[in-house]
Ligand binder design. Structure first.
Ligand code: CAA
Length: 260
């Protein structure tokens, strides 16, 4: 699929995915969602050597200002249901991706934009970033997993307040609440995200993938996270990388992990 609104670049093994609709503050229109779906279902899983993915927004002002409101007026019949379900499905692909996916939030992360950032494994925010779920201003609620992930990240009390008031919060408050991992100076969020991915790339890839699975199991009511941990601990212990990691420790040298 040719992408119109997604720019995919690779820098030293790290994929940088830029939502590129700057004039619309990178709002997620139908075309962009289809491109994200294509990328995470077809392109990214084939990039076996990639160290991880950074998602960011084009320009200085916005990460993603939400779903494209201008397209809402054309929604008919079960269009809203399908829109929400597709968004959730795509964002689950991001959340379950076996390599680190980090949102580099360079500005507004509102509505579907905040939801996109929350579906990533971590968030690095520019000091100018603004977060919010302003859907109630439009007569709707967050539809791309935001009602659930915001509670997971910052707790019921504050999440309910943000979703009911539609208030925006700045980067410092987002950090205080646990919504973002790091706040950096404006323009440095991709750099910081790269540093985190580089560090993770020195670890055993299977173990990293299993961390993702265990974390997600915690929030999956159909799974017992502790039981999943036992299974995946065993799976890690069966890898060559476990032998290498333990041997390297004993031999007082750096481990050379292969992903096997
Ligand atoms: N959808 C479509 N277009 C959008 C947009 C969106 N979510 N957000 C901004 N734009 C467009 C504006 O319409 C404007 O385009 P035009 O010049 O063609 O009119 C352009 O981007 C610049 O925006 P503003 O002039 O409004 O810029 P501003 O600096 O004055 O305000 C803002 C910035 C506070 C982010 C404001 O644009 C805004 O409130 N945007 C909407 C945010 C929002 O409500 N997001 C939630 C969407 S619903 C959703 O996401 C549902 C879901 O969970 C799936």
């Amino acid at each position: 699929m040719d992408y119109k609104n997604l720019e995919v670049k690779t820098s030293k093994g790290i994929i940088i995915l830029t939502i590129n609709r700057e004039k619309a503050l990178n709002a997620l229109n139908n075309q962009t969602m289809e491109e994200l779906k294509d990328f995470f279902s077809k392109v990214a899983p084939r990039r076996k050597k990639a160290k991880g993915i950074i998602i960011t927004g084009a320009g200085e002002k916005s990460f993603v200002a939400g779903a494209d409101i201008k397209e809402f007026l054309a929604l008919k019949n079960d269009g809203a249901r399908k829109l929400s379900q597709r968004g959730q499905d795509i964002f689950f692909m991001i959340e379950r991706f076996p390599k680190p996916v980090i949102a580099a939030v360079n500005g507004f992360a509102l509505g579907g934009g905040c939801e996109l950032a929350m579906a990533c494994h971590m968030r690095v925010a520019s000091e100018k970033a603004r977060f919010g779920q302003p859907e109630v201003n439009l007569g709707i609620i967050p539809g791309y997993g935001g009602t659930q992930r915001l509670i997971q990240l910052i707790g019921k009390s504050k999440a309910t307040e943000l979703m009911m008031t539609g208030d925006m919060i700045g980067a410092a408050e987002a950090k205080e609440l646990g919504l973002v991992n790091h706040v950096v100076e404006h323009g440095a969020s991709v750099k910081k995200a790269k540093e985190i991915i580089e560090k993770i790339a020195s670890k055993a890839p299977v173990a990293i993938a299993k961390v993702v699975e265990c974390v997600n199991a915690h929030f999956d009511e159909t799974q017992d996270g502790f039981a999943v941990e036992v299974d995946l601990f065993e799976a890690c212990a069966e890898t060559e990388d476990f032998k290498e990691g333990a041997t390297a420790f004993v031999e007082r040298r750096a481990a050379n992990f292969t992903g096997n």
